[in-house]
Write a protein that binds this ligand. Structure first.
Ligand code: SF4
Ligand code: SF4
Length: 443
């Protein structure tokens, strides 16, 4: 019987590893479709940013109560993995509580600490479910935000419920295990008492030894298979940020937020026009696309941003365009970019790893012209984001494509562009009249 369990366990572990590797490779390949963007400068500053924002969750604490609850779930996720390591080794080698003899008296301390985290995670998940579904925090409501309709709402609730079930499974497993230890059952050596799961013991106290073993085994399998399923599911979910928040904050933009990156191809053209630079002899006759029309025109960092988005909506709730009733939602910009990337990933999978043109594009089929033109480039979304994503960067690139490549700016903008060209200012006054306001200053 034991060997059957070991074989089943190794098979489940192998299938999980295969599914995860396959999915991670697709995500990696789709991110690599993005254009080059060198983010290897200032490594110490980058490391500090990552430690503060991803590891220390600094921006989450802007809202302290939510920050603490989120930190408990995050700490629980990281630290309970130590117990998962023991469960995996027990599953492979057919042992039971492998670390107990190695850690001696420290073992029950560790298990009690994990149980505390399990209870904290469970309670935090209940609070988050309540915020979403009972007290209805506005930025998380599908009724108010079209980008959340369907899978995103289901995904958010599903993950919270899975975490509650997983934590309950740990506590049930320990409660049944503890009772078996007290009864001196075979294979259940005494390893010390467990505090939090002790509250569940009365539920199982009336069961026979064999029924208790069944409860312990079912909870053990439910917990570990749940974790395996969770690990695969996360790669399809917004919860991918659990992993990607770290590289995403490391490679975040370190330039001041108001600094708009120039387009090198335009800068070069202008310099050549002004005689500041000579065209290279081997310069290509055709300049490539200006801005971005599809995900393949964006940088790899823009694409990693899309996979890292937590769908928290802090950006949208701070966006002045959204607040004044425009359809623009920076969260939707990130979710649309990820949806397009997912379509591209499926396309690659169906075509032997190569992306075949499907006649669609990010701009037009996913993100509308109306949305990108509504942006005031205020940077509020960038400022709010807890994982240092820049929806604005994508918006600006899509807008550059629309205006420079397709020459389709709104009429009022064209007037401003003409003024900039002829008057070197956005207004229709001649440069020679610029100081007229001071004419009477000395009278
Ligand atoms: S930069 Fe644009 S998208 Fe971001 S908050 Fe400001 S208006 Fe909204
Ligand atoms: S872009 Fe950032 S702030 Fe906006 S929903 Fe995604 S994670 Fe939240």
């Amino acid at each position: 019987m034991q060997i059957v369990q070991q074989v089943l366990f190794v098979a489940a572990l192998g299938i999980t590893a295969w599914l995860m590797t396959r999915r991670i490779n697709i995500i990696k390949k789709t991110i690599q479709l993005g254009k080059a963007d060198n983010r290897s400068d200032r490594p110490n500053e980058r490391l500090g940013t990552m430690l503060r924002v991803a590891f220390g969750q600094k921006k989450m604490f802007d809202r302290p109560v939510v920050g603490i609850l989120h930190f408990l779930i995050y700490a629980g996720f990281l630290l309970i993995n130590i117990e998962v390591l023991e469960i995996v080794l027990d599953g492979v080698f057919g042992t039971h509580r492998l670390f107990a003899p190695l850690l001696g008296g420290f073992y029950p301390v560790l298990i009690n600490f994990f149980e505390f985290l399990a209870v904290a995670v469970l309670l935090a998940c209940v609070v988050f479910l309540t915020r979403r579904n009972v007290t209805k925090v506005q930025r998380l409501q599908a009724a108010d935000h079209r980008e959340l309709r369907g899978f995103p709402v289901l995904d958010a609730n599903r993950i919270l419920v899975i975490e509650i079930v997983l934590m309950f499974a740990i506590l049930s497993m320990n409660a049944a295990d503890s009772l078996l230890q007290e009864r001196g059952a075979a294979h259940y050596e005494p390893v010390g008492s467990f505090f939090f799961s002790g509250f569940l013991k009365p539920l199982f106290a009336g069961l026979s030894d064999s029924a208790l073993v069944l409860v312990e085994r079912v909870a053990w399998w439910a917990h570990i298979l749940g974790i395996f399923a969770f690990a695969v599911y996360v790669t399809y979910s917004k919860h991918l940020h659990i992993f990607l928040a770290f590289p995403n904050t490391y490679f975040a933009n370190l330039t001041p937020k108001g600094e708009m990156p120039n387009m090198p191809e335009i800068t070069k053209e202008v310099k050549i026009m002004l005689g500041m630079e000579q065209p290279a002899a081997d310069a290509p006759t055709e300049i490539g696309r200006f801005g971005a029309k599809d995900v393949t025109d964006l940088s790899w960092k823009n694409l990693m941003d899309a996979y890292s988005c937590t769908e928290c909506g802090r950006c949208t709730s701070a966006c002045p365009a959204n607040l004044t009733g425009k359809s623009l939602s920076p969260r939707k910009i990130m979710m649309d970019t990820r949806d397009r990337l997912e379509d591209v990933g499926r396309n690659m999978l169906a075509n032997g790893g190569e992306f075949k043109d499907d006649g669609k594009a990010l701009l037009g089929d996913y993100i509308t012209e109306e949305d990108i033109l509504a942006c005031t480039t205020c940077n509020a979304c960038v400022q709010e984001c807890p994982v240092l994503i820049s929806p604005l960067d994508i918006i600006v690139q899509l807008r550059r494509y629309k205006i420079m490549d397709e020459a389709q700016a709104p009429a009022s903008w064209n007037m401003m562009f003409n003024n900039l060209e002829t008057n070197q200012a956005p207004w229709k006054f001649s440069p020679s009249d610029r100081f007229n306001w001071a004419n009477d200053a000395n009278k």
